[in-house]
Structure formats: structure tokens, C-alpha cells
Write a protein that binds this ligand. Structure first.
Ligand SMILES: Nc1ncnc2c1ncn2[C@@H]1O[C@H](COP(=O)(O)OP(=O)(O)O)[C@@H](O)[C@H]1O
Ligand SMILES: NC(=O)OP(=O)(O)O
Length: 324
């Protein structure tokens, strides 16, 4: 079996026009990413796919709220919005990969696992929403909406505008990890922990119950990567490389960095919370738990990145050095 690589597809990387693009537009973006993933499989890598749902889960939540406001339709709890986006985006990735394999005459099976991810009911993040979801707004639009919905919380998201935030507890365990492992061992390309997984808490009698939150898919992916012993973690997002001084005149794209250098950049606040910071924290956690390398890049650079010709590579040590 080839080296096990886990590829996380950013929810924003599938949305090109702030929520005004159609489901078909999203499928086209998924198909473009699928071409790059199948390229990796053709090169002999054993690939597991995860994906975000930040924009999509916010759109779903808003659809439900509007349907409730104007037509008294029963509202959809946030946890069910997560489950719906996991199924909907998983379906698109599954179909795009299956079709791309068929087009190239590759005999490879694809399966999406509906994945519940356990969180703690005591997680302090339930009281402090941080996960940006849905569309980007101007400050004026955000202030107007806040007047109508005083309980909504908005944050500025990496210079791209203001977004609503929802609670984002940390993942503790992936409930379906054994099913995921079995499918990988049987030769499937598995799609799992979509949207960070459906958040559930364990009750006193060892049963699970869903909770309203959106888990960060980068943390859930890093946890899955550890639980399946992946060798490489790849996070695809809207930028080809991670930068220091992001958005400033002295912005500098990073090519290869060590764990220690990355930690220093975190201390110097180079990575925005809610967007790049969780990717970096998830990467460090993966590398400190037996992972070998992390690559952060955009979907179109995947093939070049795996061959070290694109992307930001975070490594335990650089060739000729021993830095960790
Ligand atoms: N230091 C940084 N380097 C590069 N991009 C950054 C940095 N800090 C914030 N960003 C922003 O974070 C975005 C990635 O976060 P986000 O869009 O929320 O992720 P996702 O693709 O998982 O949905 C990038 O597209 C960029 O706009
Ligand atoms: N759930 C999640 O982290 O989604 P994004 O990666 O799209 O923000």
C-alpha cells in the first residue's frame, strides 16, 4: 500500500463568489480538486479526503432561519445543518472522484463515511463562538444585521470582511474511525470528517447526542490523521502558500519551515485566528504526534506540492539540520 496522505479541502476554496455561486459552480470547483487528487493516486499515494463546510453550513443555517421567519417552517438545528453539508459536499466529492477514476480507466473505489466527532460538553468554546460561517459582509451590513439579531456574533475574517461565528469545540475522538480504517485497508479512497464531523457528546449511559456547533475541519483532520497513522497531512485552501506579514506590504510567502520556526511565527501573531491559525495549530499537533510532513497550498497546486515544487512545507527538520 502506498504512503497514506490525508488531504483536507477548505470550504472557502470551493466557493468562488461569496455564496452567490450555485451548487453546480461548487461541483465544478470540486471536480477541479478531484483531478488533482486522482493525479496523486496515480502517483501511488493512498489518499483520504476531508473537507470543510464553513461557508456552506452558514448558508444552510440562514436558509433555515429565513424559511422559519417567512413561512414558519421548523428551524433546522445547527448540528443537522452540519450533517446536511457533510452529506451534500461528500456526495459531490465522491461523484467527482468516481467519475475521474472512470475517465482514466483506474479501478479505484470511493466511499464517504458519515462521521460523528466527539466533543466535550464542558468545552469552553461553547460559550465563546469563534468559527466563521456563511457569507462575508461589510461592517455596515454586519451592524444592520446585529440590530435585527442581537444574539448574533460577528468577527473580521482575515481582511475579507465580517462573518457570523458559531461555537467550535475541539474534537476528542472520531466515532467511526474503525470503519474508516477498514475501508482504507480495503483499498477505498475514503471521504470522512466532512465539515469537521458532526459534533456529538457522550451521555452518562454511553450514548451519543448531537450538539449545535461547527468543529474546525483542520483540527478534526489532524486528529483523524493521527488515528489512521497518516504520513502526510495536506491542507488545501485559498492561498498557494502561507505568509508572514499577511496582507501587509512586507508580506512574504513561506516555502519550507520547521516546527520551531512555525511556533515562533505563531508567537509573533502571523496567522489569523479562525482562518490560518487553526491550520497551523492542527499541523503542529500532527507533526508532534508522529506525522512526517504537512503541506499547505491551494487545490490547483496539489500535484506540484506533493513533489515539493509548490506550497508551504512544514517539516520536523530540514535536510542537514536537526531542529526539533
Ligand atoms: N498568514 C497567512 N498566510 C496566508 N493566508 C492567510 C494568513 N492569515 C490569514 N490568511 C487567510 O486565511 C485563508 C484561509 O482560511 P479559510 O479561508 O478560513 O480556510 P478554508 O480554506 O479552510 O475555508 C487564506 O485564504 C487567507 O485569506
Ligand atoms: N468546518 C470547517 O472548519 O470548515 P472550513 O474549513 O470551511 O472553515
Amino acid at each position: 500500500m502506498g504512503k497514506l496522505v490525508i488531504v483536507a479541502i477548505g470550504g472557502n476554496s470551493l466557493v468562488k463568489d461569496n455564496g452567490r455561486d450555485s451548487v453546480q459552480d461548487q461541483y465544478e470547483a470540486v471536480c477541479e480538486t478531484a483531478v488533482n487528487i486522482v493525479d496523486m493516486v496515480e502517483e501511488g499515494f493512498n489518499v483520504v479526503v476531508t473537507h470543510g463546510n464553513g461557508p456552506q453550513v452558514g448558508f444552510g443555517l440562514r436558509r433555515s432561519e429565513i424559511a422559519n421567519e417567512i413561512a414558519s417552517m421548523p428551524p433546522m438545528p445547527l448540528v443537522n445543518c452540519v450533517a446536511d453539508t457533510q452529506g451534500g459536499i461528500g456526495y459531490q466529492i465522491q461523484q467527482a472522484l468516481t467519475n475521474e477514476f472512470a475517465k482514466r480507466g483506474i479501478n479505484k473505489k470511493v466511499a464517504t463515511v458519515i462521521t460523528q466527532v466527539e466533543v466535550s460538553s464542558d468545552d469552553p468554546n461553547f460559550k465563546n463562538p469563534t468559527k466563521p460561517v456563511g457569507s462575508f459582509f461589510t461592517i455596515k451590513q454586519a451592524e444592520e444585521m446585529k440590530k435585527e439579531h442581537p444574539d448574533w456574533v460577528f468577527v473580521e475574517d482575515s481582511g475579507r470582511g465580517y462573518r457570523r461565528v458559531v461555537p467550535s469545540p475541539k474534537p476528542i475522538d472520531i466515532v467511526e474511525k474503525d470503519a474508516i480504517k477498514s475501508l482504507i485497508e480495503s483499498g477505498y479512497v475514503v471521504i470522512a470528517v466532512g465539515g469537521g464531523g458532526i459534533p456529538v457528546v457522550k451521555t452518562g449511559d454511553n450514548t451519543y447526542v448531537g450538539v449545535d456547533a461547527v468543529i474546525d475541519k483542520d483540527f478534526a483532520t489532524s486528529l483523524l490523521a493521527k488515528q489512521i497513522n497518516a504520513e502526510t497531512l495536506i491542507i488545501t485552501t485559498g492561498v498557494s502558500r502561507v505568509c508572514i506579514n499577511f496582507g501587509k506590504p512586507n508580506q512574504k510567502a513561506l516555502d519550507k519551515i520547521t516546527v520551531n520556526e512555525t511556533k515562533q511565527y505563531v508567537l509573533e501573531n502571523h496567522f489569523a485566528p479562525g482562518s490560518m491559525l487553526p491550520k497551523i495549530e492542527a499541523s503542529l499537533s500532527f507533526l508532534e504526534n508522529n506525522g512526517s510532513r504537512v503541506i499547505i497550498t491551494n487545490p490547483e497546486s496539489l500535484k506540484k506540492a506533493i513533489n515539493e515544487k509548490a506550497g508551504t512545507h512544514i517539516l520536523k527538520q530540514l535536510l542537514g539540520h536537526n531542529l526539533t
